[in-house]
Design a protein around this ligand. Sequence first.
Ligand code: HEM
Length: 421
Amino acid sequence: MPWDEATPDPVAAIAAARAELGDTFQVHSGDADYLFVFGADAVRWFYAVDEAAASKGVADWRMLLRKLPDELFLGRRTLPHELFGRDDVARYRTLLDGAIDGAIREIDELGGEAMLDAFSLTRRLGHRLGLASWGGTAFVRSPVFDQLVGLFDQLDASDAFVRPDLVAAIAAVGKAEERSSLADLVALISEIAAESTSESTAGFRAIMARWADVEPEAAVAGAAQDLILVHLGSMSNLFAAIGWLLIDLALRPDLAASAMAESGLLERCALESTRLAQRSIMMREVMAGAVEVPDGDRTYRVPRGATVATLLPLTNRGSPDLERYRPERWKGRRLADISHLGARELVTTFGHGPHTCPAQPFSLYAMTEAVRRIFDRYAVTPQFTAVEPRRSQIGGVARSEEAAVLRFDPAGSQSPHDRLT
Ligand code: HEM
């Protein structure tokens, strides 16, 4: 695996192993064993398995520990799941609109014919969307926003799977830079919370309420670390998925025009862009005794401590039809026709079963609203013919191998949605 030894293109390496060994095979790497599964029965089992038997939480934690300081995981009181209730998402919608305004203002400031890498644009947008939602508007105001962005980008947990080639060097120096960024983030967030109104730090105050029994200084530090872990989690997928939606529509102007006129179609494009850009490895670490994994032909007994895994770039593109960008394959948020698939679970955007992404409605709203507002305001022209996913990455939605530069020209006429004039 790429965190144990140099593997320039881990997805291609696992695809080659599958071509040679079939849909179920074992990988021994470092001091760990992985059972990779790609067949319909095994993948269906994978998404249904109970957390107590084979844990996603433990597998993810092990992955993130390759980058994040261990102490960030101790004593957390806010789980991301708790921040995506119906009322929360309704509150975030207003904040998202303001965050998108901020991103559009930054493109405007570059003047006509602005040239921007799609992922640099959406990365800052993702920070705005997230920090406004679970922190509050105080966290996206200049100049603190730029300081926060710098520190979060350095601490970025997704380096563990986007740049797995770096994890040995990070471990060798005891995660020194990460520890320093974490301390600076806690100090900065505490300072912003102390200096800002309750209204402008509404999300952070809600997290603070979970620390009411602790003396004030420790409570703020604890709540700041809760916020940091949630925000780092949001950085894995959201900005990259918005980037691909922007790119996919910029490459297809006719589809973009139709999608701007029909929000259902725009959401189907968001699902289709996410499906094709998935680079995720999905993992479950076996917890108790052993588990039995059926793969159609036989049953594999996987012992405690081993990891069962599957890889979305291989399943999501598992046929010539699935290689194509075809938003009409979606009906609502589900595939319209699964008769050609052995199991619905062989295509994954936001997951299946008990671990389905709790942030799916929030993310789809953020993706579609951000892209709709951008296309309303600008003619977006790609300065490329195709964008390649980053080869070293094994996890999350793909980043790009090279910059994906888009040109933004003010659209001929302003739409009624435009609120920045
Ligand atoms: C386009 C954006 C996103 C995509 C494509 C996405 C995708 C996914 C997928 C595929 C899973 C299931 C993983 C598995 O079964 O192993 C998942 C779970 C999860 N996602 Fe997302 N996600 C997105 C945005 C977010 C955001 C913004 C957050 C906020 C922090 C978030 C938090 C979570 C959490 C906490 C889980 C675990 C749920 C559980 O274990 O019960 N996701 N996501």
